[in-house]
Design a protein around this ligand. Structure first.
Ligand SMILES: Cc1cc2nc3c(=O)[nH]c(=O)nc-3n(C[C@H](O)[C@H](O)[C@H](O)COP(=O)(O)OP(=O)(O)OC[C@H]3O[C@@H](n4cnc5c(N)ncnc54)[C@H](O)[C@@H]3O)c2cc1C
Length: 325
């Protein structure tokens, strides 16, 4: 049976969310083209990870080897090339992450397989792969009818698919350590964000500010609210353009895709470039003084009011509740 391969991404002993997103998408696709879903994991001491993946995939191919302790695209490329050459999967899915961006192009070139990057959606029609991508910085969507091929490689954008809990009982297959030619690239160290830097894509609660915040001097108000509810501050693009917050806080098509448990949007109109980056948040609450602001189309709850009236009340009330509990 033909296969769809998903390359599991893991870092610092954790499987990254993009893996489960791809497995969910991959499962949907196998149902439409009658294929098997195969997860591939390369690493060191990863048996427990393989077991987790077996809940999602029909087969889990594992290479447990010291040389895969840290991600190295050159070593990964060699191991994956061998797997893809041997198994001839219909499709290989890789995360559109810093890892995937380094790996997928060289892998596709080495195998002479078509590559489509940054896919939002995938479908098959008469055996052809059709990939949905964004164009012009997110202004338009295009459906790319990929040139017919025996095998394809795609990278999948993070945060687009909502992962569904796996119910599979996949077979775990240990592959022998592959022959790897010497590589020049070397892993040196993980550099974690310095104290004060924030990774908005992994935060559970985001307090996002837009142009409605009016002035840089008002950002601390949002920061106080964020602190009160245990969240961090994110923003729309104009806030970054003005230099009020760093670019790693920007949500949207040219910023980050986020999926927090709570997204509190303050004075954000809801332009589609912004919405695309936060619409999959579990709970969206918007405060905007314009009742027709498009943000209300995606918000679960909305407050039509001046944010400068609401935020201080909110902070006070939350503090009151906290004191009582
Ligand atoms: C190629 C391209 C890529 C882009 N990428 C991104 C991106 O990644 N992320 C992004 O965010 N944008 C992006 N943009 C910009 C996007 O089109 C919008 O311009 C931007 O999202 C608007 O930001 P905003 O909602 O903060 O500002 P505005 O659209 O100006 O909205 C401000 C909102 O605040 C409300 N408001 C004002 N005062 C108050 C108040 N006192 N109380 C309550 N509400 C108030 C107003 O009613 C209004 O709805 C991109 C644009 C382009 C062309």
């Amino acid at each position: 049976m033909r296969e769809i391969i998903v390359l599991a991404e893991h870092r610092r002993n954790e499987i990254r969310d993009i893996t489960f997103e791809m497995l969910t998408k991959g499962r949907q696709l196998t149902e439409t083209i009658n294929a098997e879903l195969v997860a591939v994991i390369l690493g060191k001491n990863i048996r427990d990870k393989a077991e987790t993946l077996a809940n999602y995939a029909d087969k889990v191919l594992v290479i447990d080897d010291d040389r895969f302790e840290f991600f190295n695209s050159d070593i990964y490329q060699q191991a994956l090339s061998t797997i893809i050459r041997e198994r001839k999967p219909f499709l290989t899915m890789i995360g559109h992450t810093s890892y995937g961006l380094e790996l997928a192009p060289s892998l596709a070139v080495s195998l002479n397989i078509p590559l489509v990057t940054d896919c939002l959606e995938l479908e098959f029609s008469n055996g052809n792969l059709i990939a949905t991508r964004q164009m012009y910085g997110g202004k338009m969507y295009s459906k790319v009818n990929v040139k017919k091929s025996e095998s394809y490689i795609v990278t999948i954008r993070q945060g687009i698919v909502t992962p569904i809990e796996g119910k599979a009982r996949g077979e775990i297959i240990e592959l022998p350590p592959p022959v790897i030619e010497p590589v020049k690239k070397k892993f040196i160290e993980y550099v974690l964000p310095t104290v004060g830097e924030v990774d908005i894509s992994s935060a559970d609660i985001l307090v996002a500010v837009g142009r409605g915040i009016k002035d840089q001097a008002n950002i601390p108000l949002a920061e106080e609210l964020a602190k009160t509810i245990g969240g961090v501050v994110a923003c729309s693009r104009p806030i970054v353009d003005k230099g009020w917050l760093p670019s790693d806080r920007q949500v949207g098509s040219s910023g980050k895709t986020v999926k927090p448990k709570l997204y509190l949007a303050l004075g954000i109109s809801g332009a589609f470039q912004h919405i695309i980056g936060m619409k999959n948040s579990q709970l969206i609450i918007a405060i905007n003084k314009d009742p027709n602001a498009p943000i209300f189309n995606v918000a679960h709850y909305g407050v039509v009011e001046d944010l400068f009236k609401i935020i201080p009340i909110l902070i006070e009330k939350i503090k009151e509740v906290r004191k009582k509990t």
